[in-house]
Design a protein around this ligand. Structure first.
Ligand SMILES: Nc1nc2c(c(=O)[nH]1)N[C@H]1C(S)=C(S)[C@@H](COP(=O)(O)O)O[C@H]1N2
Ligand SMILES: [Mo]
Length: 324
C-alpha cells in the first residue's frame, strides 16, 4: 500500500481557497510587517474573505516565493471563481463568460515579448527569462471596470518600473506602448471585427514608472489563467480596467502618445488616461458608483479607485475632464 508521507505532499495537492488563504496569513505573519498588515482596525485583515470554497485549477502551476506588498488592500477578495469566470477579453468573445469558456486555445508557452523603440536594450525575451529577472510580489488590488463593476484580485507579478528600467529607455521615450498577440487560431474572436486587432494600450513614462503599476504573471498564487491574460499582462489599479492589456507580446518605447484601442474605436467615450473618476460620467452612464462583483448594493467609486494618495500628483495641472 502506498501511503503519502508529508514530504511527498506538494503544494499543488492543495487546491482549495481556504487553504490558500491560510497560507497567505502564514506568509504574512512570517513577514516583518506582520502586526501592521495582519490587523486592520483590530480585525484580522482576511477574516472577511469568501466563505464559498472554490477549487482552483488543479493543473495550474503554483508560483513560489513571492513576497507580500505594502500596497495590498485589506478589502475582501473576490473568489477565484469570480476572478476567472467574469472577464473582458474580446479576443475570445464579448460575453463575460466567454473568455473562461473559449480561451483554452491560447498557448501561453512558448511565449516571448519583443521590446523595441527608444531604448538601449531592444530584443526578444522569453517569458522564462523575464520571470527570472524579477522577484515576484503578491498585490491585492481593487480593480474598477469602466462598465461600473469592480473586484478585488490577488495578483502576482513584478513592478512594471523594474521591467521598463531594465531596457534602458532613452530620453526620447515618453510613452510605453503594449500590444496583445494576434493569432486567429489561438484567439478565435479575432476573426470578428469586434475591435481592431491587435489590442493596444499605453502609459505615459511616469505612469509606467509608478510603483503601483504591475506586470502580472499570476493570481491566487498560480500562473495566470488564460482568460486573465496569460502569460503576462498589465495591471494599473488606479485606471479603468481596459488599460490592463492581456497576453502581451510587445512593449515599445515611444516618443508620442500611443492610440489605445478603446480611444481608437470610440474616442468620444474613451480617452488615453482612463483614470478612475467618479465625478466624470461616461457619456452613456454614471461613474459615481460601482457594483462589486458578488455584492448586491452599490458602493461609491473613489477618485483614482482609492489610490489617489499614491497617484494624484502625477496629474496636477491636468484638466480632470481629460482623465477619463
Ligand atoms: N487584449 C485584451 N486585453 C484586455 C481586454 C481585451 O478585450 N483584450 N479587456 C480589458 C478590460 S475592458 C478589462 S475590465 C480587463 C479585465 O481583466 P480581467 O478579466 O483579468 O479581470 O482586461 C482588459 N484587458
Ligand atoms: Mo473593462
Amino acid at each position: 500500500m502506498l501511503i503519502k508521507k508529508p514530504a511527498d505532499l506538494r503544494e499543488s495537492d492543495v487546491t482549495d481557497q481556504s487553504l490558500y488563504l491560510r497560507r497567505r496569513e502564514f506568509l504574512q505573519v512570517a513577514g516583518s510587517t506582520a502586526v501592521a498588515m495582519a490587523t486592520v482596525g483590530g480585525v484580522p485583515a482576511f477574516e472577511g474573505t469568501s466563505t464559498v470554497l472554490h477549487a482552483q485549477n488543479p493543473s495550474a502551476r503554483k508560483l513560489e516565493n513571492f513576497t507580500k506588498s505594502a500596497f495590498n488592500t485589506d478589502e475582501k477578495m473576490n473568489s477565484y471563481k469570480d476572478v476567472t469566470t467574469y472577464n473582458n477579453f474580446y479576443e475570445f468573445g464579448l460575453d463575460k463568460a466567454d473568455p473562461a469558456r473559449y480561451s483554452s486555445t491560447l498557448r501561453p508557452s512558448p511565449w516571448s515579448v519583443v521590446v523595441d523603440g527608444q531604448c538601449g536594450k531592444p530584443g526578444t525575451y522569453t517569458i522564462e527569462d523575464i520571470m527570472k529577472w524579477f522577484p515576484l510580489e503578491e498585490r491585492i488590488y481593487r480593480m474598477r471596470c469602466v462598465e461600473a463593476w469592480s473586484m478585488v484580485i490577488p495578483w502576482v507579478g513584478f513592478p512594471l518600473a523594474d521591467f521598463v528600467k531594465r531596457f534602458q529607455p532613452t530620453s526620447r521615450a515618453k510613452f510605453v506602448k503594449f500590444t496583445t498577440l494576434v493569432d486567429t487560431k489561438q484567439m478565435p474572436g479575432q476573426t470578428e471585427p469586434a475591435l481592431p486587432w491587435p489590442y493596444v494600450e499605453g502609459l505615459r513614462m511616469d505612469e509606467a514608472l509608478h510603483p503601483l503599476a504591475l506586470m502580472a504573471v499570476g493570481l491566487y498564487g498560480e500562473v495566470l489563467p488564460n482568460q486573465n491574460g496569460a502569460p503576462i499582462r498589465l495591471v494599473v489599479p488606479w485606471k479603468y480596467g481596459f488599460k490592463g492589456i492581456k497576453s502581451i507580446v510587445r512593449v515599445s518605447f515611444e516618443e508620442s502618445q500611443p492610440l489605445n484601442t478603446w480611444q481608437r474605436v470610440r474616442a468620444d467615450e474613451y480617452g488615453f488616461y482612463a483614470n478612475v473618476n467618479p465625478a466624470v460620467d461616461h457619456p452613456r452612464w454614471s461613474q459615481a458608483s460601482e457594483r462589486r462583483i458578488g455584492e448586491f448594493f452599490k458602493r461609491k467609486t473613489l477618485p483614482f479607485n482609492g489610490y489617489a494618495d499614491h497617484v494624484a500628483s502625477l496629474y496636477t495641472g491636468m484638466d480632470p475632464r481629460k482623465l477619463y
